[in-house]
Ligand binder design. Structure first.
Ligand code: AHM
Ligand code: MG
Length: 336
């Protein structure tokens, strides 16, 4: 009986990844160790986010991050925790965080073969009102033992080995792909373990929801404007789509993955490259979308084909259900 098996035969994230890795004879458990350090970071941030109101952690830390945005104390804390956890795993060599302008090169004594790109706490403008926020991460592997260089992380997203996010919402959910499908785990606070609750996530082929910041509409390009117009006033007899926009990428993408539909952060006249960052926002989410059977498109190309030229580069992004993204691709193709 499945329900009973789930209650008594708990598939923790560590057990799951160990099983997956055992299919690769060359694997020596390094990835499992790296992941367990990421999981530790997520658990810490989850507990800090839950306590934020009480602990008076909310408030400005008096620093601004690379993009010149105000930084909240929780961002600083989360960043510190992830960097320390990743370094001490002994499995990383380069770390790229949204909060740090420069890449961090791990000292030789703690070095391993993985490069981790991450946004420790995305959606921080939502902290004060208790809306879901999250951590996003992507993992590359160095192919040989050369001295780490910045080019090791300036690689197209399709070269990622794994990607995922952790959403701090009504429950704490970790969604991950190591390149063979997408699986979701929910933190059982009484056990302190992430348990497999969403095996083999597949995004519906077509959805009934679109998600975009429509306040930017006056600055959109033609194809984005036509797509949203089609969502609201379909001409083919189909019903209009619902709009859902939380303004927190992890939560908006999580809903898109489970319910289907589209999530867009397009280019506009004010931000010709959109807002979201290629390495640690666009790539990991695009990787997950493709692994779940959906698509991710930049307005020009498959998102995972993009070759970033700088660490904090931005790109427009359209991701979600396969058929819905086909529609957007057709609109851009028609524009030429
Ligand atoms: P942040 O990294 O500064 O938190 O910004 C990223 C967030 C995403 O989570 C979200 O999708 C987007 O910004 C929302 O932007 P906007 O407020 O322009 O709609
Ligand atoms: Mg962010």
């Amino acid at each position: 009986h499945i329900a009973d098996a789930q209650r008594t035969d708990l598939m923790t994230i560590t057990r799951f990844v160990l099983n997956e890795q055992s299919k690769h004879p060359e694997s020596r458990g390094d990835f499992t160790i790296l992941l367990s350090h990421i999981v530790l970071g997520c658990k810490f941030v989850c507990s800090a986010v839950n306590k934020a109101g009480l602990a008076k952690l909310i408030g400005l830390a008096g620093e601004t991050n690379v993009q010149g945005e105000e930084q909240k104390k929780l961002d600083v804390l989360s960043n510190d925790v992830f960097i320390k956890a990743l370094k001490s795993s002994g499995r990383t060599c380069i770390l790229v965080s949204e909060e740090d302008e420069e890449a961090i090169f791990v000292e030789p004594s703690q070095r391993g073969k993985y490069c981790v790109v991450f946004d420790p706490l995305d959606g921080s403008s939502n902290i004060d009102c208790g809306v879901s926020i999250g951590t996003i991460f992507g993992i590359y592997m160095m192919k040989d033992n050369h001295e780490p260089i910045i080019e090791d992380v300036l690689q197209p997203g399709k070269n990622m080995l794994a990607a995922g996010y952790c959403m701090y919402g009504s429950s704490c959910t970790l969604v991950i792909s190591t390149g063979s499908g997408v699986n979701g785990f929910t933190l059982d606070p009484s056990l302190g373990e992430f348990i497999l609750t969403h095996p083999d996530i597949k995004i519906p082929k077509k959805g009934k929801i679109y998600s975009v910041n429509e306040g930017n509409a006056k600055n959109w390009d033609g194809p984005t404007a036509s797509y949203v117009e089609k969502c609201k006033f379909p001409k083919d007899g189909s019903s209009a789509k619902s709009l859902r926009y939380i303004g927190s990428m992890v939560a908006d993408v999580h809903r898109t993955l489970l319910y289907g539909g589209t999530f867009l952060y397009p280019a506009d006249k004010k931000s010709p490259s959109g807002k979201l960052r290629v390495l640690y926002e666009v790539f990991p989410m695009s990787f997950l979308m493709e692994q779940a059977g959906g698509q991710a498109f930049t307005g020009k190309e498959r998102a995972l084909d993009l070759i970033p030229t700088k660490l904090h580069e931005r790109s427009p992004i359209f991701l979600g259900s396969y058929d819905d993204i086909e529609e957007i691709k057709a609109l851009y193709a028609a524009e030429g």
